[in-house]
Ligand binder design. Sequence first.
Ligand SMILES: O=P(O)(O)OP(=O)(O)OP(=O)(O)OC[C@H]1O[C@@H](n2cnc3c(O)ncnc32)[C@H](O)[C@@H]1O
Ligand SMILES: [Mg+2]
Length: 198
Amino acid sequence: MNEMIIATKNPGKAKEFKIFFAKYRINAVSLLELSREIDDIDETGTTFEENAALKAKEISALLKRPVLADDSGLVIDALDGQPGVFSARYAGEPKDDQKNIDKVLRELQGVDPSKRTARFLCILAVAVPGERTIFKKGFCEGKIATSQAGHHGFGYDPIFIPDGYTTTMAQLSPDVKNQISHRSDAIIQLEDWVKQLQ
Ligand SMILES: O=P(O)(O)OP(=O)(O)OP(=O)(O)OC[C@H]1O[C@@H](n2cnc3c(O)ncnc32)[C@H](O)[C@@H]1O
Ligand SMILES: [Mg+2]
């Protein structure tokens, strides 16, 4: 089976990439599985694109192989786009999904359901040594719930209600999430590139 390195240390993302790539009979290998220890990349960019490129290019240069990176996050209209690029560390260091959820719910206390619109964004960057980096962008529109529910997925899934659904992303099965998510929206656009890896 062919392999594709995914420049992530997030086990939730890694699991989703494994499922997508398995359809093309490609083994998606995250940084958590490599035999060598890879230092964390400082995500110093101010945009999802910059951070995705930083992660993909640094790991690709280190391993001298094609690498795919994902920079993603939650954009909440009533919070002027926050947590945005700071989604992973919205409630501070070290990153903590539950603290992030608690902070969003606190910040949105008293905000009317009609004004709780938000979207997940995913930027994928593919870095191949000696080639130009490829970018793909995916969205998933929805709104922020008033309390958390569900245990599937990761990150902000327990408070995100995708448009067209009445439950949170974390209450939907992984299969459904993988059909509607920002990550799948972006990955589908890479299909032609992925197929030539087979
Ligand atoms: O940088 P890597 O190692 O890939 O892992 P990370 O968790 O730090 O990832 P990001 O820098 O891209 O930050 C993305 C954050 O946005 C949130 N997020 C992204 N995709 C999500 C999803 O599908 N469901 C819920 N939350 C998500 C979650 O809090 C992530 O930690
Ligand atoms: Mg990160």
